[in-house]
Design a protein around this ligand. Structure first.
Ligand SMILES: [Zn+2]
Length: 62
């Protein structure tokens, strides 16, 4: 049986979550709040630990 380090191994590791504050993947990202949208359902925003410590300055982004 061939050894494939693929989906099986990936399932064992922590899934990366997208951090909306620094716009990147992080394993410490947690859902923080819903973002208001002018159209469509609200989007749940995730923030990683460093961004949460910094205070989630979401207004610094456009
Ligand atoms: Zn972040």
């Amino acid at each position: 049986m061939a050894t494939e380090a693929g989906a099986a191994d990936a399932a064992l590791t922590l899934p990366d979550q997208w951090c909306h504050w620094h716009a990147g993947l992080s394993q410490t990202a947690c859902p923080i709040r819903f973002a208001d949208r002018q159209s469509g359902p609200p989007v749940l925003l995730y923030a990683c630990m460093p961004c949460r410590v910094r205070g989630l300055d979401v207004r610094g982004q456009q």
